[in-house]
Write a protein that binds this ligand. Structure first.
Ligand code: NAD
Ligand code: UGA
Length: 459
C-alpha cells in the first residue's frame, strides 16, 4: 500500500512508543516506524509483552501494528525512507563534567542529528519531541546544515505533555498540541504539516503554533509549574502537622477558587518521575547560565521542598516508632512513582527505602507493577529487602505500613485482616492520604497521615 507520509520516530521509550502508536492508530494513511538502538525494547514492542505498562496501550498497538505501525532497529534505513522524523530519545540530567547534576545530557540527541545527516538523501522535517533546553533547535539546525548535498532540514519543536499512567488518554484527548517553528515560510509550512497529522483527531483550536523558542521553553515551564504546585501544598502539609489543620481541607478550599483550580494539589511524599526534577534542574541551569540567579533560586526551591518532604516522611516514621526501627519489619505499599505505571524513576520510594535500610529495618516492598524495577533500584544496597506482590503476605509480622504509591486497590484492602497479622503496636504512615484513616484507627492502627492530625492509641 502507498502511504501519504512516511513518519519515523527515533527512540522507542515511554514517549516515542505510545505517541507513535496513537499517531498510527489515528492516521491510517501514514506509515509510522519507531526505531531504537535497544534491541530488547524493539523485540518487546513487537510482542504482546510491551516494554512499558500503560492502560489501553496494548489495544492501540495491536490495532495498528503490522498495518501502518512498525518497530525496528534499522535506524539508517528508517531515516532514508522518512519524510518526517520525530526525535524522542532520552535527555537525562548530565552526570559528569560541566553542569553535572543540573544540565541536560544531550549526547543521545546530538547523535541522532549526525545519524540523520549521514543517512538522508532528500529534505525532511525534523521534530523535537524530546524535552530540551531552550534554543536546542539552533544546535540541531547547525549540525543538519553541515550536509554538503543541499538538503534542507526544517526543525520544529513539538514537546510532549503526556503523563505516565494516562499516556493513551492524554494522547487521544490532549489539552493542547504545541508546535513551534521558525517564523519563515518554510518553518510555517513545516508546522502546518505536523499540525495536519494531529488534525486527524485533535480539534483545530487545540493545536497551538508558536515560535521555536517559546515551544521549547513552554515544555520546561509547564513541568516547573506543575511541580511547583505539589511543592507548595507539600510545604503547607508540614505546617498543617504543627497546627492540626487538615491539608486535604485546605486543598479543597484553595482549589475551589477557579483561578487556582483543584488539580495537582494532593499532598504527597514528594513528586517523582523521570522529568519534573530533571526539567527543573535544567531550567535552573539555563537561568544561571544567563546570570539570572534569583530566577534560578526561585525554581530550585521547588526541588528543595520536594527533598525535604521525602526526608520528613522518613524521620516521622523513625520518631513515631520510638526512635528505633532496627530489626522491625516495615512494608512499603507501592514503589512506582505514581499509580498505574511500573515506572520507578526518581520515585520517592527509592529514597525512603534507602533511608530505612540504613536504619536496619527488614524491608518488604509490595507493588502490583513496579517490583521488577524496584529490584534494580535497590540492588546492591546493604540490608534485608523482600519483594512481595501480595500486600496481605507482605504485612505478616510487620510493624508498620508506609503508603508510597496511590494505587486504587490499596484503598480496598481488608485492613482488619492485615492488622490481625501484624505485630503490635501497628502503624500506618500514609504518604498519599489515600486510606480511610478513621477506619484504620478504629481497627487498632496508630495512623499518621500527611498534613493531618495523627490518630494514635497511646495515652
Ligand atoms: P526513554 O529512556 O524511555 O526512551 C528513550 C529511548 O531512546 C531509549 O529506548 C533509547 O534506547 C533510545 N535512544 C537513545 N539514543 C538513541 C539513538 N541514537 N538512536 C536510537 N534510539 C536511541 O525516555 P522517555 O521517557 O521516552 O523520554 C524521551 C524524551 O521525552 C525525554 O526528553 C523526556 O524528557 C521527554 N518526555 C518524557 C515524558 C515521560 O512521561 N516519560 C513525557 C514528556 C516528555
Ligand atoms: C509529568 C507531567 O504531568 C506531564 O505533563 C509531562 O509530560 C511529564 O511529566 C514529562 O514531561 O515527563 P508524569 O511525571 O508522568 O507527568 O506524572 P504526573 O502525573 O505529573 O506526576 C508526577 C509526580 O507528581 C508523581 O510522583 C505524582 O505522584 C506526583 N503528584 C502529582 C503529587 O504528589 N501530587 C499531585 O497532586 C499530583
Amino acid at each position: 500500500m502507498k502511504f501519504a507520509k512516511n513518519i519515523l520516530c527515533i527512540g522507542a521509550g515511554y514517549v516515542g512508543g505510545p505517541t507513535m502508536a496513537v499517531i498510527a492508530f489515528k492516521c491510517p494513511d501514514c506509515k509510522v516506524t519507531v526505531v531504537d538502538v535497544n534491541e530488547e525494547r524493539i523485540r518487546r514492542w513487537n510482542s504482546d509483552d510491551l516494554p512499558i505498562f500503560e492502560p489501553g496501550l496494548l489495544d492501540v498497538v495491536r490495532s495498528a501494528r503490522g498495518r501502518n505501525l512498525f518497530f525496528s532497529n534499522a535506524i539508517a534505513e528508517g531515516i532514508r525512507a522518512a519524510d518526517i522524523i520525530f526525535v524522542s530519545v532520552n535527555t537525562p540530567t548530565k552526570t559528569f563534567g560541566y553542569g553535572a547534576g543540573m544540565a541536560s545530557d544531550l549526547q543521545y540527541w546530538e547523535k541522532t542529528a549526525h545519524e540523520i545527516v549521514a543517512n538522508s538523501d532528500r529534505s525532511k522535517i525534523i521534530v523535537e519531541k524530546s524535552t530540551l533546553p531552550v534554543r536546542s533547535a539552533e544546535a540541531m539546525e547547525r549540525i543538519l546544515q553541515e550536509n554538503k548535498r543541499g538538503i534542507h532540514f526544517e526543525v520544529v519543536s513539538n514537546p510532549e505533555f503526556l503523563s505516565e499512567g494516562s499516556a493513551v488518554m492524554d494522547l487521544l484527548e490532549p489539552d493542547r498540541v504545541l508546535i513551534g517553528s521558525r517564523q519563515t515560510e518554510s518553518g510555517r509550512k513545516a508546522a502546518q504539516e505536523i499540525a495536519a497529522i494531529f488534525a486527524h483527531w485533535v480539534a483545530a483550536e487545540k493545536i497551538i503554533t508558536a515560535n521555536l523558542w517559546s515551544a521549547e521553553l513552554s515544555k520546561l515551564v509547564a513541568n516547573a509549574f506543575l511541580a511547583q504546585r505539589i511543592s507548595s501544598i507539600n510545604a503547607v502539609s508540614a505546617l498543617c502537622e504543627k497546627t492540626d489543620a487538615d491539608v486535604a481541607e485546605i486543598s479543597f478550599a484553595v482549589g475551589s477558587d477557579t483561578r487556582i483550580g483543584p488539580r495537582f494539589l494532593n499532598a504527597s511524599i514528594g513528586f517523582g518521575g523521570s522529568c519534573f526534577k530533571k526539567d527543573i534542574l535544567n531550567l535552573v541551569y539555563i537561568c544561571r547560565s544567563y546570570g539570572l540567579n534569583e530566577v534560578a533560586d526561585y525554581w530550585e526551591a521547588v526541588i528543595e521542598i520536594n527533598e525535604y518532604q521525602q526526608e520528613r516522611f522518613v524521620r516521622k516514621i523513625i520518631r513515631e516508632m520510638f526512635n528505633t526501627i532496627v530489626g522491625k519489619k516495615i512494608v512499603l505499599l507501592g514503589f512506582a512513582f505514581k499509580a498505574n505505571t511500573g515506572d520507578t524513576r526518581e520515585s520517592p520510594g527509592i529514597h525512603v527505602a534507602r533511608k530505612l535500610l540504613e536504619e536496619r529495618v527488614l524491608l518488604v516492598v509490595s507493588d502490583p507493577q513496579a517490583l521488577e524495577n524496584a529490584r534494580k533500584d535497590l540492588a546492591g544496597l546493604d540490608g534485608s529487602v523482600e519483594y512481595e506482590p501480595d500486600p496481605y503476605r507482605a504485612a505478616v509480622d510487620a510493624q508498620a505500613i508506609a503508603v508510597i504509591t496511590e494505587w486504587e486497590f490499596f484503598k480496598k484492602l481488608d485492613f482488619a485482616k492485615i492488622f490481625a497479622s501484624m505485630r503490635k503496636p501497628a502503624f500506618v504512615f500514609d504518604g498519599r492520604n489515600i486510606l480511610d484513616h478513621q477506619k484504620l484507627f478504629s481497627i487498632g492502627f496508630n495512623v499518621f497521615p500527611l498534613g493531618k492530625p495523627s490518630l494514635t492509641h497511646f495515652k
